[in-house]
Design a protein around this ligand. Structure first.
Ligand SMILES: [Zn+2]
Length: 64
């Protein structure tokens, strides 16, 4: 399990897989930070995905 914290608030999400945590993050952003999704250009979204990719790779496995 990896624990990934939201970039824009204190919430965090626990998951085994990157795809799953992306869906959790997306749903969370649509609910809590919708203006960030709607204000971002396609280029900014690509930068966000790159940042997410490298940050996810750096997260250490946790138990539980
Ligand atoms: Zn958040």
């Amino acid at each position: 399990m990896k624990l990934f914290k939201c970039y824009d608030c204190a919430e965090s999400f626990k998951s085994e897989s990157k795809d799953e945590v992306l869906i959790m993050l997306f749903n969370h952003y649509m609910k809590s930070h919708k203006e960030i999704i709607t204000n971002n250009s396609e280029a900014e979204k690509l930068v966000w995905m790159d940042t997410f990719d490298s940050d996810w790779a750096k997260v250490h496995e946790t138990t539980g």
